[in-house]
Ligand binder design. Structure first.
Ligand code: HEM
Length: 424
């Protein structure tokens, strides 16, 4: 499928989980060409985007169906079988059900709205990452190589150590950061088998509880005494209790580690593999030469690539929900107790191949971050993280090439294990 995305991207998906890659590609094929679907009218055309697959339940690669489901909180639930809340309740306890859905979730989101704003995200990134990014830029300038996959792992691990107050022996090292990342990865891998069912075995629950205890061991201390300009201190100031803060901390760890690292290195690879880095460099240079004010919300060249990289990679390639009450969607009747998988990768990638200057795609909007009340809480942080890496790699104006790469195998979130870049 050469026009859908790059062969390297397809390999990344394939190595992560061949069965899931097959579902994503089949979903894309079944959704059909966008233009034809938009032109066709009514139920028949839309039904192609929603079908029942044995062993998986309802599956859709249609962005309109995905948004309909994610914003319909009366008929679909994240805490029913098929949603991630169902997984978490088994690990953390039933109190999670209130944190994930209904009034408890509404209250948590209202209180935590201020946790990651554009400006707090930028401050977090420059605080936790600037030394590593300056060093990587210097290495490339000197003609050396940078393993962007390792760099992304270390950066995201550092972010988690600083956000969650994970205890380290002294100032956190790159090894501490890689260890924190790997622990988050282990926790996420427990959800690997959940495509067919979100019920966990007793062993999986015990293993997950042990990891959560390890990752959140610094939370009680931080929640009690960390200054208000840290995440844990802010949680306390916002009135979140220790249970809620611990739950939120575990969520951040799982939701915001592999996803961010995946988007960072895959976007860097896409820029090189598609040759779009040249368009990016030209646009950056034009912006420097003529720094005109931008309209509110208008992205600069790097911000545009961040959005495009998120669209094409869609690291959370699937979002699951349980059906809470019988409902009709796209001409099909979904029954309470069934599950639905929204193939966000297929829905987003369907808008066309990676282009550094692609304008905003209205149909997908920001489906890579979900939609509705569970829309990614860390979206601003994720965008700031990816932008910071792209600036470090391309701000010097020189194109890069890939020296070596290896995709991760058997992981929930597709990504690179190694992506070594140097100046072209
Ligand atoms: C490229 C990086 C990221 C992607 C693609 C991504 C994607 C998503 C998606 C699709 C959801 C919705 C899941 C659903 O509806 O079932 C979500 C939720 C969430 N994300 Fe992200 N995420 C990213 C980074 C982050 C970061 C950096 C953080 C925080 C440190 C974060 C924190 C969260 C939280 C807390 C939720 C749950 C929100 C809720 O249920 O109300 N994410 N993310």
């Amino acid at each position: 499928m050469p026009s859908l995305t790059t062969s390297h991207e397809l390999r990344v998906l394939w190595r992560a989980r061949p069965a899931m890659a097959a579902v994503l590609l089949a979903g894309h094929a079944a959704a059909g060409p966008r233009r034809a679907r938009r032109g066709a009218s009514g139920t028949r055309a839309r039904q192609g985007g929603l079908r029942k697959v044995p062993g998986l339940g309802w599956v859709s690669a249609d962005p309109v169906v995905a948004r309909t489901v994610l914003t319909d909180h009366r008929h679909f639930t994240i805490v029913g079988e098929g949603g991630v809340g169902h997984l978490w309740a088994q690990i953390l306890g039933d109190w999670v059900l209130d944190l994930f859905d209904g009034p408890g979730h509404h209250d948590l989101r209202t209180r935590s709205r201020e946790l990651f704003t554009e400006s707090s995200a930028a401050a977090l990134v420059s605080g936790a990452w600037s030394d590593q990014l300056v060093a990587a830029r210097g290495t490339l300038r000197d003609g050396g190589t940078v393993d962007v996959a390792r760099l992304a792992t270390v950066l995201v691990g550092r972010m988690m150590i600083s956000l969650l107050g994970i205890p380290t022996a002294g100032p956190p090292t790159d090894d501490d950061a890689a260890r924190a990342f790997a622990t988050g990865e282990r926790l996420a891998s427990i959800a690997l088998g959940s495509a067919g069912s979100t019920y966990l075995s007793g062993e999986q629950v015990a293993a997950a509880r042990e990891i959560v205890a390890e990752l959140t061991s610094g939370v009680p201390d931080g929640w009690r005494s960390a200054p208000p300009d840290t995440l844990l201190g802010r949680c306390r100031e916002l009135g979140l209790g220790l249970d809620e803060t611990t739950g939120l901390a575990s969520l951040l760890m799982v939701a915001g580690t592999e996803t961010s690292a995946s988007a960072m290195s895959r976007t860097a690879a896409l820029l090189v593999d598609t040759g779009e880095q040249h368009r990016l460099l030209a646009r950056m240079s034009a912006e420097r030469a003529d720094p005109r004010p931008r309209a509110p919300g208008e992205p600069d060249a790097v911000e545009n690539v961040v959005r495009e990289g998120l669209r094409v990679t869609s690291p959370a390639s699937v979002i699951g929900r349980g059906v809470a009450a019988d409902v009709e969607v796209a001409g099909r009747t979904l029954r309470a107790g069934e599950r639905i998988m929204l193939l966000t990768w297929s829905a987003n990638a369907g808008a066309g191949p990676f282009r550094a200057d692609r304008p905003y795609v209205r149909e997908t909007r920001q489906l890579w971050f979900g939609a509705g009340r569970h829309l990614c809480l860390g979206a601003a942080l994720a965008r700031a993280e990816i932008a910071a890496l792209l600036h470090a790699l391309w701000d010097d104006g020189a194109p890069l090439r890939v020296v070596d790469r290896r995709a991760k195998s058997n992981v929930l979130v597709p990504g690179y294990e190694r992506l070594v870049l140097t100046r072209a």
